[in-house]
Design a protein around this ligand. Structure first.
Ligand code: DC
Length: 225
């Protein structure tokens, strides 16, 4: 039996997780948030007080890394590190920066590649990340590059933080988004870029519902559901 895969790549804050998760729900596919996996590796590095930008400190931590994924009954992906549910902890600001740094280390990427491919071999998946269409699943049935202008992404993030009652500053968020884009786009290994045969979905001018509709129609153009 062969499984279907949908690869969704794009920069930080483009709404990938929200849209990919909704799409997975609509299709009955497994949603795989690969950023969460990189974040969990980054959290381990921070736990060990190691420098996330230094391969000599990070690579030895991969051996014996106790990282697991699980799913709630409603399909929400949860991450476990050494048996502890770290799904909330990996969303912290400090972990975002560290995740971007560890994800630039080739050994980290190689280590996580098999895990990601195995999930796609064994399930129908909607997988989101930065290199899913280019590296992890180049033969995915549908490949989508989801993006939005940095300013739109910063505004959405500001709103999200405000709704959670967290202090936030638009300029600082925008600066952060641009810095993460730069890091993710310029790293020598698996940089963020649009793969061949990838549909572009720019959500700058779209609300959530419009983005979902557009995403679903892009998928329907490629696979019979
Ligand atoms: O999507 P996110 O913000 O949760 O991802 C966290 C970091 O992990 C981000 O800086 C880029 C990196 N990442 C990656 O390099 N490759 C992926 N497939 C997913 C995430």
């Amino acid at each position: 039996m062969s499984f279907k895969s949908i690869a969704i790549d794009g920069p930080a804050g483009a709404g990938k997780s929200t849209l990919a998760k909704k799409l997975a729900e609509q299709l009955g596919f497994l949603y795989v948030d690969t950023g969460a996996i990189y974040r969990t590796v980054a959290l381990k590095v921070l736990w060990e007080k190691a420098d996330p930008s230094d391969p000599a400190q990070v690579v030895p931590l991969l051996e014996g890394l106790e990282l697991h994924m699980g799913y709630d009954s409603d399909g929400v992906q949860r991450m476990y590190l050494e048996g502890e549910d770290v799904s909330a902890a990996i969303r912290r600001h400090k972990v975002s920066g560290a995740a971007s740094q560890v994800s630039a280390i080739p050994e980290v990427r190689a280590f996580l590649l098999d895990l990601q491919r195995k999930l796609a071999r064994e399930n129908d998946v909607v997988m989101d990340g930065r290199d899913i269409g280019t590296v992890v699943l180049p033969d995915a049935d549908v490949k989508i590059f989801l993006t939005a202008a940095p300013e739109a992404r910063a505004r959405r993030r500001l709103l999200e933080l405000e709704q959670r009652g967290e202090a936030a500053n638009y300029d600082a968020i925008l600066h952060d988004i641009r810095e993460r884009d730069r890091q993710d786009e310029t790293r020598p290994i698996a940089p963020l870029r649009r793969a061949d045969g990838t549909a572009l979905l720019d959500t700058t001018q779209l609300n959530l519902e419009q983005s979902c509709d557009r995403l679903l129609s892009l998928v329907k153009e490629k696979i019979a559901l």
